[in-house]
Design a protein around this ligand. Sequence first.
Ligand SMILES: Nc1ncnc2c1ncn2[C@@H]1O[C@H](COP(=O)(O)OP(=O)(O)OP(=O)(O)O)[C@@H](O)[C@H]1O
Ligand SMILES: [Mg+2]
Length: 237
Amino acid sequence: MKKRLREDYKEFKIERGVFDNITLMTLYELMNKGYFNEVSSIVKEGKESAIFLGKGKENVAIKIYRTHAIDFKTMWQYLIGDPRFTKIRKNRHHIAYQWCLREYKNLVIASEAGVSCPKPIIAKNNVLVMQFVGDEKPAPRLIDVDASRKDYLFILDQIKILLKADLVHGDLSAYNILYYEKPVLIDFSQATTLKNSIALELLKRDIENINSYFKKIGVKVKDSQKIYEKFLKMVKK
Ligand SMILES: Nc1ncnc2c1ncn2[C@@H]1O[C@H](COP(=O)(O)OP(=O)(O)OP(=O)(O)O)[C@@H](O)[C@H]1O
Ligand SMILES: [Mg+2]
């Protein structure tokens, strides 16, 4: 098991810059605590993170935020706009940890509110462990399936439930929704509270993104401005 992780480490350090020493220590610690027994295959490599399948009693998704080569300036700006994260140092590690913590906290709020999203398990430094959506492979994304009007309405409903829990996803698109029996919202690192001055702008963009996607695939959609206004009324009550 350890050997396997070391081999991955070498590979990723050189090729991808995901694992630094602290990340490796964090993975060992989480593994020793039993959150997973093995860091298995890489699921997806993004700009800000890499996602692995963690094997254990249950499969988990391990999202490792990069501490190198990412756009920290933008991340820092996004973070300090969130009243929950105002004291953010301009330090790469600190920013990556806070970004990871924010995704964890957002997932806690979302899943407690009953939103269809992966259940968060633990966040430590730049490593987030959550429920794996899919079986051995990740579930397809919304863009990879034949989505229906029912799915469209379901997603609008998830936005509404999130809003009631004082959260706006902020990066909602057919790429950040998986399909596992029903749509499952993922990638909550940008999600923010309504107290953030850009929250309503993000809400509007989320609605427009979802609307234009479904419109594009031929699903009858509601007027996005009307949805936005209806949702606003709901939160202002
Ligand atoms: N909980 C999960 N279960 C299964 N697969 C997941 C999970 N979370 C993420 N993934 C997989 O990893 C991909 C990227 O996840 P996510 O959007 O959270 O990361 P990201 O850093 O924003 O990547 P990108 O820059 O590509 O948007 C998803 O499309 C999905 O394939
Ligand atoms: Mg994403």
